[in-house]
Design a protein around this ligand. Structure first.
Ligand SMILES: Nc1nc2c(ncn2[C@@H]2O[C@H](COP(=O)(O)OP(=O)(O)OP(=O)(O)O)[C@@H](O)[C@H]2O)c(=O)[nH]1
Ligand SMILES: [Mg+2]
Length: 206
């Protein structure tokens, strides 16, 4: 029988390997309603080629897939997005993007397991699509920051108005971002890490 030599089995790609200096890895989830930019964020910030589970939205999805406000969107996440970013030489974040559509939410319990914190992405044209998400994080006690993904035609509101509309506690950071830009997405993650650090310092982290 003819066996192929083991050298034909591809090893991990160099850019997928963890830096040898990495000492701690934490899980972060990127959540938000349908089409707010979760997959775009994981893709822009990840240093490895992100894993996505996007499916084309078909005619069959019309009426089921609510694509208000994101007309150019042709695909939706059905399971999760996965990416990785090194914050320092020692600290690595594993990023898990959730599906936005309610019919895929049965996966959520598993996705939150072991998460240290979350980024809630919002689109100010459709604030209500992120209400449920915030409620779920609060129920599970997962600390989060809110990032406003600034689509060009989206209305801009003062931070305190957003805080009131989303019914957020005063200490929860709210920042603006453009998830298509790596630096901007990275800033959001840094805001989350600083928030988690302050919670840990005050003894509020469970
Ligand atoms: N103009 C603009 N378009 C954006 C921005 N972010 C995302 N998009 C576009 O908006 C659409 C939605 O982005 P996705 O990243 O698929 O959103 P999602 O939250 O992963 O969507 P679901 O998985 O379906 O819930 C895509 O067509 C993006 O190209 C942004 O900041 N500005
Ligand atoms: Mg997605």
């Amino acid at each position: 029988m003819d066996f192929k030599g083991s050298d034909t089995i591809p090893g991990p790609r160099t850019e997928d390997q963890l830096p040898h200096t990495a000492e701690a890895a934490v899980k972060i989830v990127i959540v938000g309603g349908f089409g707010v930019g979760k997959t775009t964020m994981v893709g822009s910030v990840s240093e490895i080629r992100p894993l996505t589970t996007e499916e084309t939205m078909t005619q069959a999805g019309i009426g089921v897939d609510d694509n208000f406000g994101s007309d150019s969107k042709t695909a939706t996440t059905v399971a999760m997005d996965f990416g990785r970013i090194s914050i320092t030489d020692e600290l690595v974040l594993y990023l898990f993007g959730t599906p936005g559509q309610e019919r895929f939410w049965f996966l959520w319990n598993g996705l939150f397991e072991g998460a240290l914190g979350a980024v809630v992405l919002i689109d100010t044209r459709r604030l209500e699509v992120s209400f449920d998400v915030i409620g779920r994080l609060e129920e599970r006690g997962v600390p989060f920051v809110v990032a406003v993904n600034s689509f060009p035609d989206a209305p801009r509101y003062p931070v305190e108005d957003l805080r009131t509309a989303l019914d957020l506690d005063p200490e929860i950071p709210i920042v603006e971002c453009d998830v298509r830009r790596r630096a901007s997405s990275r800033d959001v993650l840094m805001t989350l890490m600083r928030f988690l650090h302050s919670l840990a310092m005050s003894g509020a982290l469970r």
